[in-house]
Design a protein around this ligand. Structure first.
Ligand code: FES
Length: 127
């Protein structure tokens, strides 16, 4: 893909983000920043019997970051925590029809937020 060129799927998820917002009293949540640009993604998870039954996000960032977070929440809904942990940013970028090379780092934030939110849940239930 040419530098700076977004796929139709990225543009669709940027213009119509899926699952944007918060979950009150989320079972797991995380906020992750991208040190390269200062953008931020928050992920909120509702978890029942070790399965993600709802996921929402808020991203203050570029189109690739918003589309990646949107796609990540779509991919993890209904998955067990272990299945969700197998989803990588490369997987998300592929589902988005690819990301320009210079924008691949933007998809890492959603993956990190997801991992951190699952850790947050596991820490909470271990207590
Ligand atoms: Fe900051 Fe894309 S430029 S996440």
């Amino acid at each position: 893909m040419a530098e700076g060129q977004y796929s139709d799927i990225v543009i669709d998820h940027f213009e119509n983000p899926r699952n944007m917002g918060e979950i009150e009293a989320a079972d797991g949540e995380a906020q992750v920043g991208n040190p390269a640009c200062g953008d931020v993604t928050k992920i909120f998870l509702k978890i029942r019997d070790d399965r993600i039954v709802d996921a929402r996000f808020k991203t203050f960032g570029c189109a690739a970051a918003i589309a990646s977070a949107s796609m990540t929440t779509e991919l993890i809904k209904g998955k067990s925590l272990d299945e969700a942990l197998k989803i990588t940013n490369e997987h998300v970028a592929k589902e988005l029809g690819g990301l320009p090379a210079a924008k691949l780092h933007c998809s890492v934030m959603a993956e990190e937020a997801l991992r951190t939110a699952i850790e947050d849940y596991r820490k909470k239930i271990a207590k």
